[in-house]
Write a protein that binds this ligand. Structure first.
Ligand code: ADP
Length: 550
């Protein structure tokens, strides 16, 4: 019984006060509950036995029943007292359990009303939680008997596993997770794909910029960010582009890469494999082996680089609508297995040898490209530069040359010849379920500006050689991210033309970067940057009060 009185707190619905069980009468007892129960049980049964025994005696000796001794009076009083206690204990508990059930279902009903988009089964799962059993599991996790990572497989219920983990981590760390939402998320959807050991989720606001007029179509671009000014600024850039007839984006390359590192006993042997792989006569055979990894994987190129007796082989392939890391890795593994028969002395040190190069700034991606390579351009008239962007064409061109080109060269930039491509790339990446770490190379960008039409208008372009995006797999299938992809019309796999959705997404990202570059560069050239950031990035709230609250 005791454990039912220590219900793990039901997770607070987002933005609401956490629901904690109301105080119980037993909290006021001077002794631990189990000891008090034991004393009253013993008292009840021993006085009941005593009185029955006395009753039998009186019948045998024909003593009138109403003549009672002092001992018998105290026994009767004890019997009543213990009976009332036990009745109160079990009765109150029974009533409380009914009240709890109705409160819990009320909270669940409210959650369902608040979150129209949440799959119903997510909320229903909370009703299957058996608190007594859960308390035991929480204790077991707290003392380290049950590994936290095993909860999903042990319970077969992702929601419950996350709830138990969350409670256990609060108890172990003695730190509250209040403020980190829990309800309203489908924990089953991330299992084995997006995140391990979940305890909740972080909320990031999503704003929209647009319409972005790109290649004759309009897009409303979702951006997940906590940086004030970013969406507003990108929106202003979109307006300038729109007013001038839109931007044009061209996809110039599409291929994901993976480069294993192979060691030989001599550099000579390593070079044999290099020549073998680069011989055009072998390409078709290798492509057949590689392409077995998926009906969407198509080997495009094999590029080798040597470091002594170590060989780095960069495989490039198209991956349909998937970002493609899994696909390309499987293809590479197929080829490595195949090569073992002709090169039994090759020693595969790692399926990834960093010549790929994933999630690190590197010249190879900047020069050769990785994922989608896109160039996007627009002509902004002098009038729009003046009226919408509040600057002039010569000022923009000069700033671009001195900041994005010369300034970045001075800084020794690698792919960073832009004002803030990473801002727009990461915001769209997070909104649409891309891998945020790939923002590193996906934000490689060179922004060019030139005065045209006799110096009256501005030609602006962004060239981005390694935008790594997909519309299937990874985080793209989660409800919120998939809704943002849907807003852009690129949700999921494109059935008619596999790969078109992810390619379109990459061009939208480049178009949005163009808008972002245009607006920020204008703000800097007009000397507005600090002013607008103070307006949008700093609220009037007293930060010292906020700091004190935490
Ligand atoms: P990634 O390779 O980006 O990590 P996943 O392997 O997680 O992606 O997801 C790709 C999966 O989606 C593959 O199993 C693939 O067969 C499937 N798929 C379905 N339609 C498409 C499509 N149009 N383009 C690419 N993959 C697709």
């Amino acid at each position: 019984m005791e454990s039912t009185r220590c219900l793990p707190p039901k997770a607070p619905p987002s933005g609401k006060k956490p629901f904690s069980p109301p105080p119980k009468a037993s909290d006021a007892l001077p002794l631990p509950l189990y000891l008090t129960n034991f004393i009253f049980f013993t008292l009840f049964f021993s006085v009941a036995y005593f009185l029955l025994h006395r009753w039998r005696e009186k019948i045998r000796t024909s003593t009138p029943l109403h003549i009672v001794t002092l001992t018998e009076i105290s026994a009767i009083v004890s019997l009543f007292a213990s009976f009332i206690y036990l009745l109160g204990f079990f009765g109150i508990d029974f009533v409380q359990s009914i009240i709890y059930r109705s409160i819990e279902s009320e909270v669940d009903d409210l959650d369902l009303l608040d979150s129209n988009n949440i799959p119903k089964n997510v909320m229903d799962e909370s009703k299957t939680v058996s608190s007594e059993e859960d308390e035991d599991i929480i204790q077991s996790v707290v003392i380290g008997k049950t590994p936290s990572y095993s909860l999903e497989s042990k319970l077969g219920d992702c929601y419950r596993a996350a709830l138990i983990r969350r409670e256990a981590v609060q108890r172990v760390t003695k730190r509250s997770l209040e403020g980190l939402p829990f309800d309203g998320f489908d924990y089953a959807s991330i299992l084995g794909q997006c995140c391990e050991m979940p305890i909740g989720y972080v909320q990031i606001p999503v704003g929209i910029a647009g319409p972005l007029l790109l290649n004759g179509c309009e897009y409303v671009v979702p951006m997940a960010t906590t940086e004030g000014c970013l969406v507003a600024s990108t929106n202003r850039g979109c307006k300038a582009i729109y007013t001038c007839g839109g931007a044009t984006a061209i996809l110039i390359k599409d291929g994901m890469t993976r480069a294993p590192v192979i060691r030989f006993s001599t550099a000579k042997r390593a070079s044999h494999l290099k020549f073998f792989l680069e011989d055009p006569l072998h390409f078709d055979t290798l492509a057949v082996v590689f392409n077995k990894s998926s009906r969407f994987a198509r080997l495009q190129r094999i590029q080798c680089s040597m470091a002594g007796k170590n060989l780095y082989i960069r495989f490039t392939c198209s991956t349909g609508d998937a970002m493609g890391m899994n696909m390309v890795s499987k293809g590479v593994q197929n080829v490595l297995d195949f090569l073992q028969s002709d090169f039994p002395d090759m020693d595969v040190i790692g399926i990834s040898g960093n010549f790929c190069s994933d999630k690190k700034p590197s010249a190879v991606n900047w020069i050769e490209g990785r994922g989608k390579s896109v160039v996007c351009e627009a002509i902004i008239t002098g009038d729009v530069v003046k009226k919408v962007l509040k600057t002039t064409v010569p000022a923009l061109v000069e700033l671009n040359m001195l900041k994005n080109l010369a300034g970045s060269a001075i800084a020794g930039a690698l792919g960073g010849f832009n004002a803030h491509a990473a801002n727009i790339v990461s915001a769209i990446f997070i909104a649409t379920g891309q891998d945020p770490a790939q923002n590193v190379e996906s934000s490689h960008c060179i922004t060019m500006m030139e005065a045209i039409n006799g110096g009256h208008d501005l030609h602006i372009s962004v060239t981005m050689p390694s935008i790594e995006v997909g519309t299937v797999g990874g985080g793209t299938q989660l409800a919120s991210q998939s809704a943002c992809l849907n807003l852009l019309g690129v949700k999921g796999a494109n059935k008619e033309s596999p790969g078109s959705n992810s390619r379109l997404l990459s061009t939208i990202i480049a178009g949005s970067v163009l808008a972002g570059e245009l607006s920020l560069m204008s703000a800097i050239s007009a000397g507005q940057l600090v002013k607008s950031h103070m307006k949008y990035n700093r609220s009037n709230r007293d930060m010292s009060t906020i700091a004190c609250q935490n």
